[in-house]
Design a protein around this ligand. Structure first.
Ligand SMILES: Cc1cc2nc3c(=O)[nH]c(=O)nc-3n(C[C@H](O)[C@H](O)[C@H](O)COP(=O)(O)O)c2cc1C
Length: 380
């Protein structure tokens, strides 16, 4: 696309980015989107350093085009030792109650703790992420960033948090840096850290989630940090077909960060039953819940989130909630339980009618956007 700053900064043909989606945006999918002319971004949040390096090298073996790596840098993650930083019981003190809740839930639902062999058989060698417990510590994030810097990746995206402390090394490598925000004040913080691009992701989107709707958020972030002299802003959250891309451009975005539309792709690293759940869902079938990670995330309705709601129990903060939900999600995924672990997804999934190749999805997004722009009224 001519005269588009996102394309110029990233060295790509079309300003359509595959959103980093943990466990879903795997090397094959990222490479397919980059090959199609967009930017494929690995959802590497849960990858330990050696798997992350493997993934980066795998993308490089599949495409010579630019690609990105997305991880989370949550500023608010509590220390894994459960150290108290406020009055009242620490998350570690509350862990036994939540573990008991999870055990009772699994018993009620006929789920059993999977063996190591079952986990390996289900998650395979190329996508072992989902079967591993999440080690969300400062050391873990530092080790991931070390690999990102050593491998000199073309693009780094912070799905949560501020990559400010690593900017000097990333920039020295020529890495373009972007960050995902759900509020204007976070966009302003990232802009002052010298990021190249900002993603404004609204409430409609899948995964970790802003309370502000996409349509309201994009223009407000653009006004705060974007515009001709500012940082290019990409729109995200509920953008699931070409009309959504055209709408994001109307709101002042210069590109888009698309997640759920690529979940029902042949290449996505999620289970076939999860792809089918997306195809079978409509716009009413998602909810926002803290039951998986401890932070509000949009997911397809699940009995696990419902159980927390019914019990009127608050969840634990990140990363403790992951330790509680991890065993339930892994067992449910191995048992192909769409009623318990259908996965994260955005409100646009009602638009998805089948599982297709990423290339076909990408071309459809592009052509749909062109059609929507051509169909705009010249006068109102
Ligand atoms: C299955 C899934 C996993 C996700 N995992 C991550 C993640 O690991 N890191 C991140 O920055 N965002 C993650 N997200 C959010 C996406 O990057 C993106 O912002 C979101 O998908 C956009 O909304 P959409 O799904 O409606 O397109 C995830 C989203 C989904 C649907």
């Amino acid at each position: 696309m001519a005269n588009n700053r996102v394309c110029e900064i990233l060295g790509i043909q079309h300003p359509i980015l595959l959103a980093g989606m943990g466990g879903a945006s795997v090397p094959k999918l990222a490479a397919a989107v980059s090959e199609a002319g967009g930017l494929g971004v690995l959802g590497a949040a849960a990858c330990g350093p050696s798997l992350l390096r493997e993934w980066i090298r795998e993308v490089r073996s599949l495409t010579s085009k630019p690609f990105g790596v997305d991880t989370l840098l949550p500023a608010s993650v509590r220390r894994n030792d459960g150290a108290k930083n406020s009055e009242g019981p620490s998350p570690m003190d509350m862990m036994p109650e939540h573990m008991k809740f999870a055990e009772e839930f699994m018993k009620r639902e006929g789920l059993t703790k999977p063996s190591r062999e079952q986990i390996t058989a289900a998650f395979g060698a190329s996508n072992r992420v989902a079967g591993e417990p999440l080690m969300m510590t400062k050391e873990f994030f530092d080790a991931q960033m070390q690999v990102i810097i050593e491998e000199r990746v073309p693009v780094y995206a912070a799905g949560l948090g501020n990559p400010g402390p690593w900017m000097r090394e990333l920039k020295a490598n020529g890495t373009r840096v972007m960050g995902v925000v759900g509020a204007v004040r976070h966009a302003v913080q990232l802009a002052s850290a010298g990021l190249d691009l900002i993603v404004a992701q609204g409430h409609d989107g899948g995964g970790h989630n802003s309370p502000i709707g996409t349509m309201a958020l994009i223009p407000q972030v653009v006004d705060a940090v974007g515009g001709p002299n500012g940082i290019p802003v990409l729109g995200a959250g509920g953008i699931t077909d070409g009309r959504g891309i055209a709408a994001a451009f109307c709101l002042g975005a210069e590109g888009v960060w698309v997640g759920s539309a690529f979940l029902a792709s042949e290449e996505a690293g999620i289970f076939p039953y999860q792809k089918q759940a997306i195809v079978d869902s409509n716009e009413e079938n998602t909810m926002v819940s803290k039951s998986v990670t401890g932070k509000p995330a949009r997911l397809i309705r699940t009995k696990w989130a419902q159980a927390y709601q019914d019990a009127r129990m608050d969840t634990l903060p990140m990363p403790f909630q992951n330790m509680v939900s991890g065993q339930v999600m892994t067992a449910a995924q191995i048992a192909s339980r769409g009623d318990i672990a259908p996965g994260f997804a955005g409100q646009g999934i009602g638009l998805i009618k089948s599982v297709r190749l990423a290339r076909v999805i990408f071309d459809d997004l592009l052509e749909g956007c062109k059609r929507a722009i051509a169909a705009m009224p010249r006068e109102i």
